[in-house]
Design a protein around this ligand. Structure first.
Ligand SMILES: Cc1cc2nc3c(=O)[nH]c(=O)nc-3n(C[C@H](O)[C@H](O)[C@H](O)COP(=O)(O)OP(=O)(O)OC[C@H]3O[C@@H](n4cnc5c(N)ncnc54)[C@H](O)[C@@H]3O)c2cc1C
Ligand code: FES
Length: 280
């Protein structure tokens, strides 16, 4: 599929946001991703995986032809993302997607804890927007977003989350904003102070669920806490990807149910209990 750059601008420092439009049907879910061919040359040869940051459905009544839009939020870390940062309005890009499995929103959930470590914030905006459109027992789902970053200059999208109605809690490793520490510390604090945060009760009651994306160590710690408290937890894994479709086997991990899974095809979102964390 070919998409067109509508806007590509620096958010702060090395972080950029790109808005793209497409013709046709995309049907993307939060947590799914695209493989993006950043230019037309053989260098770099491989496409780069990028999450859907915002998924904006076409509105035929507002726009002729009803072109859909989506946004990606990215950090410039190397050659591919460096090229992406130079793309201009009107540039055309080849993408493959939506790929992989996204987050599932349980119909009993009345409280969502969304945990984003570093660039793990990218897919969590699409997820938060989607959850905010759901209701349980005719009430809105309460959403808390925990963001963990190195320093205050790495905080992204805080106002956007708040605008959707989420409560936002921040941790920084250097203590420059919010709690000094990581978002795992924020989660531990919540678990101690909020007895109401519980798994679904027997007989179809409501309950809380955790959704997390970020560095592997953070996800492992969160998975441990969630499994200990028997709380449903979905994590989005980050693995370097060459094909994004399950063909090259470059992103294989060990899981419990089967022996191996491709993060690009069976993931990137997994139930935390599915992953063999010791073999990751
Ligand atoms: C499913 C998925 C979704 C992603 N979504 C986003 C997103 O929404 N926004 C975003 O900014 N990034 C995202 N990433 C990471 C992104 O794909 C890489 O940062 C990008 O491919 C780097 O390309 P590059 O050519 O700029 O860097 P390279 O020149 O290839 O590498 C530069 C440095 O970045 C490191 N690096 C490269 N790829 C990864 C990776 N996947 N994870 C950790 N370190 C890496 C390399 O080890 C090297 O140190 C996602 C990755 C996956 C697997
Ligand atoms: S990236 Fe090729 S199999 Fe997953």
């Amino acid at each position: 599929m070919q998409v067109v750059v509508l806007e590509n601008k620096r958010v702060i420092g090395s972080y950029f946001k790109m808005r793209l439009s497409y013709d046709g049907v995309l049907n993307a879910l939060p947590g799914q991703f695209i493989m993006m061919k950043v230019n037309n040359s053989y260098d770099p040869l491989l496409s780069r995986p990028m999450s859907f940051h915002r998924i904006i459905s076409p509105n035929p009544s507002l726009e002729k032809g009803g072109r859909g839009k989506f946004e990606i939020l990215y950090q410039v870390v190397g050659k591919g993302t460096g090229i992406m940062s130079g793309l201009k309005e009107g540039d055309k890009i080849d993408i493959l997607g939506p790929l992989g499995r996204g987050f599932l929103i349980p119909d009993w959930m009345d409280r969502a804890i969304i945990i984003a470590g570093g660039m793990g914030v990218a897919p969590m905006m699409a997820l938060t927007e989607e959850i905010s459109r759901h209701e349980v027992k005719k009430s809105k789902i309460s959403i808390s977003v925990f963001m963990g970053v190195k320093t205050k200059d790495d905080i992204l999208c805080r106002e956007d989350f708040e605008r959707i109605g989420a409560e936002v809690y921040v941790s920084t490793e250097d203590g420059s904003l919010g709690k000094k520490g990581t978002c795992v510390d924020l989660l531990k604090e919540l678990m101690t102070n909020t007895p109401l945060f519980s798994p679904p009760s027997e007989g179809g009651g409501c309950g809380g669920a955790i959704f997390a994306c970020g560095p592997q160590g953070m996800l492992k710690a969160i998975a441990g806490i969630a499994m200990d408290k028997k709380i449903l937890c979905q994590v989005s894994l980050d693995k370097r990807m060459a094909c994004g479709t399950g063909a090259c086997l470059g992103c294989v991990i060990k899981v419990k149910s089967q022996k191996y899974a491709c993060v690009c095809k069976e993931g990137p979102v997994f139930d935390a209990g599915e992953i063999n964390w010791e073999m990751l």
